[in-house]
Design a protein around this ligand. Structure first.
Ligand code: ZN
Length: 305
């Protein structure tokens, strides 16, 4: 199955604003638009009524496919939104806001805000699942140094200027959950594992003592410092390759992530990992699904948390 849509194919399939609007509308509503305010299907299409091409006959409000989505207050054309989603699924290491600005013909600030709104929709809140997991923690930010040497001295919140990120890779389907955590103390890690992993599961971790004395799961510890990286299934190579990809993105594409925004960048990488390779219309549609019912204003984005 071909899962890559080239830029040429994308533009052939979605040549203009109308094609993009039809893509979003079809995905959200099917053939009959639904009022986002009162959920009535008794609606009318108004000709040439930008930016609100639909009117609800029940509640009389006007709406568009943006209403109630993360695109609601945006003045960026839908065609550019769709292309931005396509771009984020096309580059495995992400797309810089500078590159996106050039490709979409918008300012870098507009591209940065647009990207963060798409990333916001990619944040996933998971419930505990059962299975076999590789669990690992890493640090994002600043200069990369030898990871395992650093682990020995880190306690609590870790190196200055770096953000701890915890990751879970499900061995069954290679999906990844990852997000920033305040520190790597035992209490924190045990709570996060309980939030993501069902009792009875098997987890592979490194030898860090914060994982010690975990209950409910079968923990297999890998002793990196003894040079023991792979012992049959006893490894964390999968989650470590995810970290490698994330860090190539951090260093090569996005250059610098403020601690305040790291959770959104990480969400972009996990979302892309979990959507699987490719950028077909189905993949784009799944991402649009997540943009419904979400808001992120510029003020929230740049303001202090
Ligand atoms: Zn209505």
């Amino acid at each position: 199955m071909k899962n890559i849509m080239s830029r040429y194919e994308f533009l052939e399939k979605y040549p203009d604003e109308q094609a993009a609007a039809e893509f979003f509308e079809q995905r959200r509503w099917g053939d009959i638009p639904q009022c986002p305010h009162c959920l009535s299907r008794n609606t009318a299409r108004i000709k040439n009524a930008k930016p609100m091409p639909h009117r609800c006959r029940e509640c009389r409000k006007h709406f568009s496919v943006r209403t109630g989505t993360i695109m609601e207050r945006s003045k960026i054309p839908l065609h550019k939104w769709l292309m931005a989603i396509w771009m984020l699924h096309t580059a495995r290491k992400g797309v810089s806001s500078i590159q996106m600005a050039k490709d979409l013909g918008i300012s870098q600030q507009a591209a940065w805000f647009l990207q963060h709104r798409i990333r916001e929709s990619m944040i996933e809140e998971g419930h505990p699942i059962s299975g076999t997991f590789e669990i690992d923690e890493t640090y994002i930010g600043g200069k990369e140094k030898n990871k395992h040497r650093r682990k020995k001295k880190k306690l609590g919140s870790g190196p200055v200027g770096k953000q701890a990120v915890l990751g879970f890779r499900n061995r069954r389907n290679s999906t990844v959950r990852a997000y920033p955590i305040p520190n790597v103390r035992r209490q924190t890690l045990h709570a996060e594992i309980a939030r993501n992993v069902q009792d009875g599961s098997t987890i592979y971790t490194d030898e860090m003592s914060s994982y010690d004395k975990i209950t409910g799961v079968n923990r297999v510890s890998i002793n990196h410092s003894a040079g023991e990286y792979v012992r049959d299934d006893a490894h964390t190579n999968g989650i470590e390759s995810f970290w490698a990809l994330l860090k190539r993105g951090y260093h090569g594409t996005n250059h610098w992530w403020s601690v305040k925004h790291i959770h959104r960048y990480v969400a972009e990488y996990t979302h892309r990992q979990n959507a699987g390779p490719g950028n077909t219309p189905d993949v784009l549609a799944l991402t649009f699904d997540r943009m419904i019912g979400i808001r992120l204003t510029y003020r929230e984005l740049v303001g202090q948390p």
